[in-house]
Write a protein that binds this ligand. Structure first.
Ligand code: PLP
Length: 386
């Protein structure tokens, strides 16, 4: 049986989630905007899902907007807020980091091309920003801060509570990409003055193609796409009802199971690291202190190895993992995240990410770690000879 250890890329859809969404594909398939009973059943499904997500985040249901995916939620948070800032003659300065997902880097670069000033905060060797550097970067024109909660490639956790406090003191809109977080860390927006937060269903056992933008009451964003006015006009388009219902159920499970998940994921993370770290030429990327790292997430670099080739070798032996180094035009290029860690290229090219999830077992982690250690050991040695 193949072992799937790429849960940061995507997760399987849970049985409970499939069961909950099926009626909305078969009988309650109406358009939630229709006033007949098929429509109202669909609208009730969306309403319940909104309430479940609100419980996960500890916010009110009116602050939850369903989106087509995490990418779209990030785009609306940044570009929709930027439109609002521009319409109100606000300062055109965005602060983000060098290690954001492309769905944040992309909008940031787009704003830059439209004349905005953008600061990409550097990170330390663990992939974490310095609050002092954030404070220094703030200017009178700073109107948006977008800093991810948990990094998908290297598992680093940013000090989101402190960032939110700094932003709130100056009344700056603070968005966080929390796509990797549900079910792995508690989220409570009533305790932290985050203005906006993005989620994606397929990272926590709902299907691909549905996400959430949380937007604190009183915080405005303007539409970036135009249509039928769904989701208060900021995410127009007929609601993907079954997917939304699925995400709602997944949110309910993520909330109920977060403590259990954290303890299981931490113990699998330990098994993986205990078996991998002794390998010569192998080092952890991102934080070695597990308190500063996403539970279940392990990322490593093997000197002299090539990430994609490691992934293929693991796959041939029945283990699915991923790499942050990809082949572009015949040359292995480390990702921008790995570059931001300032690792030597010979290390960064041999990156591997192993991300455990709810359905992995300790035995699978032991087996996979032994296999990866073997492959990594050989790859490091081969290149050492060359
Ligand atoms: N943000 C982070 C941190 C992610 O890991 C991902 C997915 O890889 C996204 C955003 C994008 O989410 P989606 O795949 O739903 O567009």
């Amino acid at each position: 049986m193949a072992i799937y250890l790429d849960n940061s890329a995507t997760t399987p859809v849970r049985r409970e989630v499939i069961e909950e969404m099926m009626p909305f594909l078969e009988s309650a398939f109406g358009n939630p905007s229709s006033i007949h009973s098929h429509g109202t059943r669909a609208a009730d499904g969306v309403k319940q899902a909104r309430e479940r997500v609100a419980k996960l985040l500890n916010c009110s249901a009116q602050e939850v907007y369903f989106s087509p995916c995490g990418t779209y939620a990030n785009n609306v948070a940044i570009l929709g807020r930027a439109r609002f800032v521009e319409a109100n003659d606000g300062g055109r300065h965005l602060i983000t980091t060098a290690i954001e997902h492309p769905s944040v880097i992309g909008p940031a670069q787009h704003l830059e091309s439209r004349g905005w000033r953008v600061t990409y905060l550097p990170v330390d060797r663990d992939g974490i920003i310095a609050l002092e550097q954030l404070r220094k970067a703030l200017g009178d024109d700073t109107s948006i801060i977008s800093i991810m909660w948990a990094n998908n490639e290297i598992g680093s956790l940013q000090p989101v509570d402190s960032i939110a406090e700094i932003a709130a003191e100056r009344e700056i809109f603070f968005h966080t990409d929390a796509v990797q977080v549900p079910g792995k860390l508690p989220i409570d927006v009533s305790k932290t003055p985050i203005s906006a937060l993005s989620l994606s269903g397929h990272k926590f056992y709902a299907p691909k193609g549905v996400g959430v933008l949380y937007l604190r009451q009183g915080e405005n964003v303007m539409p970036t796409a135009f249509g039928g006015g769904q989701e208060m006009g900021i995410m127009p388009g007929t609601e993907s009802v079954a997917n939304i219902v699925a995400l709602g159920k997944a949110a309910e499970l993520a909330l109920a199971e977060v403590d259990e998940n954290i303890s299981n994921l931490r113990s699998m993370q330990k098994i993986l690291l205990d078996r991998l770290l002794p390998v010569e030429g192998l080092r952890i990327t991102g934080p070695a202190d597990m308190e500063r790292r996403l539970p279940g997430h392990v990322s490593i670099a093997i000197t002299g190895a090539e990430g994609e080739s490691l992934v293929m070798k693991c796959d041939l032996k029945g283990v699915s993992v991923s790499s942050g180094s990809a082949c572009h035009k015949g040359i292995i290029e480390p990702s921008s995240v790995l570059r931001a860690l300032r690792l030597p290229d010979a290390e960064a090219r041999g990156s591997l990410r192993i991300s455990a999830g709810r359905f992995n077992t300790s035995e699978e982690c032991e087996k996979a770690a032994d296999l990866i250690a073997q492959i990594a050991g050989k790859s490091a040695k081969v290149s050492g000879k060359a």
